[in-house]
Write a protein that binds this ligand. Structure first.
Ligand SMILES: C[S@@+](CC[C@H](N)C(=O)[O-])C[C@H]1O[C@@H](n2cnc3c(N)ncnc32)[C@H](O)[C@@H]1O
Length: 406
């Protein structure tokens, strides 16, 4: 699905500096393609496009999160939509901390810092004692933005925040990542007339970047164990006689594995959009789930202004659950975002606002509708949680847990 040819004309054109940065990123990728003999796997391209120092989407200067295209942002996430998201998430987090006897939090990829500020404020209001809130953030620019947001919104609680360059070796407490797994590099595979190809990136005659397919197993190209298993699952789930494009998620699975390994006691919550394996590799999803976001315009072309747009793929939650459970962690629960937030009391939180205060109530009500609606984020987004040392079901998974569907 490439809508660039007609749609972007109506989109804001990037400034000269942004276009120059994008060109520099393309030149960097072209050099890497040449050094690799003319072809790069897609996950390497995605890693460069999002995280190349100074040039990648998350490591460069793009504004990224916000409500509208005219504020220079590209997409909105739940913590940006409404403070009720953080306030609601605080309840299961408080319960997990109490059940595991822990007093620390760690967040991966903290965006603008709104979730951190909102969570700390809500936990303090619930009377939860916590010592520290660590943030693992790859982007220096986002760190600064987080620091400013948290200082502005969380007051003295901001002193409990510290930033880490990498995951710690061990952690006891509650870990969380909202829309982090979807931002991890994926490999692309295309099954054409029954033959699996790995879809990578090459340089076209005019110097632009383009997709290039290689037959899996050709040129001595070995398939990683993870991808071989995923392709076998796809052949089972997605009728083998249709052409099919899809993704594999080794980086996200490795991340979940690492987090569940370092978690000594407590819980890890991941919120993201995606499906369990049997839905992910459904014949109806024959074009895959790769999705790009530029100024609130969603499309499927990862080569549109590289470095200036987000590139994501939906999460395959069965693979995430397997990765976590493999480490010996317990699967604490898996459910839709709507069910999770309702179980955690988001509608009660909304009901506490005064409907007569239209300026506050209406945006909050609209945001809750968006977070819960089946047609918007409520059903597409899921929450998966892992734990160690928690021997009870959290209230938030007591009704509507879908772990059996993984
Ligand atoms: C779509 S944004 C979500 C930001 C924020 N959580 C929110 O909901 O607004 C994805 C974030 O994940 C971060 N990320 C990706 N890989 C990561 C990793 N290995 N460790 C920590 N953060 C990572 C990115 O840097 C980016 O900040």
């Amino acid at each position: 699905m490439n809508q660039n040819a007609h749609e972007p004309r109506s989109l804001p054109v990037p400034g000269t500096d942004a276009l120059a940065a994008s060109e520099a990123l393309v030149a960097l990728v072209r050099d890497e393609i040449a050094a690799a003999g003319g072809w790069l796997p897609f996950d390497r391209y995605m890693e460069r496009a999002l995280y190349a120092p100074g040039l990648g989407y998350y490591s460069g200067g793009a504004r990224k999160f916000g409500l509208r295209a005219d504020d220079g942002s590209d997409f909105v996430t739940a913590p940006e939509l409404s403070a009720l998201f953080a306030a609601t998430l605080a309840r299961p987090i408080a319960q997990a901390m109490a059940a595991s006897g822990t007093r620390a939090l760690i967040e991966f990829g903290a965006g603008t810092g709104r979730l951190a500020a909102g969570l700390m404020t809500a936990l303090a209001a619930l009377g939860v004692e916590f010592d520290s809130y660590a943030i693992v953030e790859l982007s220096g620019e986002l760190r600064e933005r987080q620091r400013e947001t948290i200082e502005a919104l969380a007051g003295p609680l901001a002193q409990r925040v510290r930033w880490l360059d990498a995951l710690p070796d061990q952690f006891a407490g509650v870990a969380l990542g909202n829309e982090v797994l979807d931002a991890m590099p994926v490999k692309l595979f295309a099954r054409t007339q029954g033959v699996w190809h790995e879809r990578g990136v090459a340089t076209a005659a005019d110097g632009s970047l383009t997709f290039a397919d290689r037959i899996v197993g050709s040129d001595g190209m070995a398939l990683a164990e993870y991808d071989a298993a995923a392709l076998a699952a796809m052949d089972t789930e997605a009728a083998a006689d249709i052409d099919y494009v899809t993704e594999t998620h080794a980086a996200a699975a490795a991340f979940v594995r690492t987090v569940c390994t370092l978690l000594q006691r407590g819980a890890a919550f991941f919120v993201d959009y995606g499906f369990p394996r049997h839905e992910y590799y459904h014949p109806h999803r024959a074009e895959g789930t790769l999705m790009c976001h530029y100024r609130h315009y969603a499309h499927g072309d990862p080569f549109f202004h590289p470095g200036l747009q987000d590139i994501t793929a939906h999460v395959e939650f069965t693979a995430m659950a397997e990765a976590g459970v493999d480490t010996g962690a317990d699967l604490l629960g898996y459910t839709s975002q709507a069910r999770f937030l309702m179980n955690a009391g988001i509608t009660d939180a909304l009901a506490q606002l005064d409907p007569a205060d239209v300026a506050h109530y209406l945006p909050a009500a609209n945001a809750v509708q968006k977070l819960l609606s089946e047609a918007e984020m409520g059903e597409l987004f899921k929450v998966v949680a892992f734990s160690r040392g928690i021997d009870k079901t959290l209230d938030v998974f007591a009704r509507g847990d879908r772990s059996h569907s993984l």
